[in-house]
Design a protein around this ligand. Structure first.
Ligand code: SAH
Length: 397
């Protein structure tokens, strides 16, 4: 057997797990903290460079551990500075990659072994530079099963969850690619789970990943700058409120159940009233400022004044703000982007009734890096889409 396959991928271990790993090696706990800084803060993968660790310890680490990230297949840079990377992923998760799910939870959603191709698959990750901040948009799954009708990722179906290492590996890679140096200015100041996948359907891996992102020995990003975006998996939102303290964005997209049932099919299971109730509970538990509601602007579908008034009735006086996202088209879609005038009118109705609404500027559309355009390459998808299976699995996690 290839020896590297049995090495532990340190990337993806939380502080507690790294301490346990180090203890197993017979080393003192402070070694774990030193190692953690090298791994995440300094984005180092070469044990020889970890100069404050004893040479003998480094040699032993080389035998049993490694730092393994996804591989970059392609990089594209937009005229506006937005960068997109295509990262290849093995069709199957690797048990040493910080994957919390081997054999449990989502196993029903894994394709049968016989249908697997040796072929690699891919996800996309996007970096959006703005004055004073840099936002990295990362993926949590290979494909997505939520089946939102206006999203190109949905068209590919679902293959599998990403492991913790594959999730934090994206941030690690971006730091390296963007030339971040320890002690220098941060390049990635914000991380949003708004790439491919439904983060809360991969709860068991996403939660430790957020922990590593926010840990001061990890990537040390403040809790308000790590945002999990969900289409509305209510049970996981309630659990998240208890277990972590990152920011939450909710993909609302419609102000009534009739329309949301069509645009975001998970709404058939968890209606808007139940979803909003979970949002307000989240804010209370977390002592958070507010929830961000994403609202994609679809011409003639959800962008009329009456929709804006309905939205106002849902959110008035509540700790929520609305982020209007002009629809980004992709081949084969039935939708069109709302006109700038319709978007402005919608925003003004919200704002004039005390519901803060802003329009998200479209970035990177010349390289298909805008919201909802991330395609990756999910060839080996299962046919599982939103259905009783996904919902029951999601509820267990
Ligand atoms: N599954 C999660 C996160 C991924 S999608 C969620 O639903 O929130 C990130 C954001 O992009 C969501 O708000 C999603 O609704 C939006 N989006 C998806 N497709 C889009 C498109 N074609 N145009 C604009 N926004 C889109």
């Amino acid at each position: 057997m290839n020896a590297t396959l049995t090495k532990t991928n340190l990337l993806g271990l939380t502080r507690t797990e790294l301490e346990a790993f180090i203890a197993q090696m017979g080393e003192k706990p402070f070694r774990a903290r030193q190692l953690m800084k090298w791994l995440y803060k300094r984005a180092e993968n070469d044990f020889d460079q970890m100069t404050d660790l004893a040479k003998s310890f480094r040699e032993r680490l080389k035998e049993v551990a490694e730092v393994r990230t996804p591989e970059i297949r392609m990089t594209q840079v937009s005229a506006d500075g937005t960068r997109k990377w295509l990262l290849s992923m093995p069709a199957r998760a690797d048990a040493t990659g910080g994957n919390r799910e081997s054999g449990i939870g989502n196993s029903e959603l894994q394709p049968p072994a016989s249908s697997l191709q040796p072929d690699l698959q891919a996800i996309e990750m996007v970096f959006i530079p703005e004055p004073g901040r840099g936002t990295l948009c990362i993926s949590s799954q290979l494909g997505c099963a939520m089946d939102c009708t206006f999203c190109s990722t949905a068209q590919q179906g679902f293959n599998r969850n990403l492991s913790v290492a594959e999730i934090v590996g994206q941030v690690w890679l971006a730091n390296r690619e963007l030339g971040y140096e320890a002690g220098g200015d941060r390049v990635v100041t914000n991380v949003v789970f708004m790439g491919m996948g439904e983060p809360l359907a991969n709860y068991r891996n996403v939660v430790p990943a957020t922990e590593i992102l926010m840990d001061d020995l990890g990537f040390d990003i403040s809790r308000r700058r790590v945002t999990v975006s969900t289409s509305g998996l209510v049970p996981q939102m309630l659990k998240l409120a208890e277990e972590t303290n990152c920011a939450l964005a909710v993909s609302l997209h419609a102000p009534n159940d009739e329309l949301r049932d069509v645009l975001v099919p998970i709404n058939r299971k968890h209606k808007i009233a139940e979803l909003l109730d979970a949002c307000w509970q989240y804010v209370n538990k977390q002592n958070a400022r507010s929830i961000t509601f994403e609202y994609v602007m679809l011409d003639g579908v959800n962008d009329k004044p009456e929709h804006a008034h309905e939205l106002v009735r849902l959110l008035q006086g509540r700790p929520g703000k609305v982020n209007l996202i002009p629809f980004n088209p992709f081949p084969g879609t039935q939708y069109r982007r709302s006109t700038p005038a319709a978007i402005e009118r919608f925003r003004d109705i919200c704002n004039s009734h005390g519901v803060i609404a802003t329009t998200r500027r479209t970035r990177g559309d010349d390289i298909d890096a805008a919201c909802g355009q991330l395609v990756g390459r999910v060839r080996d998808r299962t046919t599982v889409r939103l259905g009783s299976k996904l919902i029951s699995v999601a509820v267990q996690s």
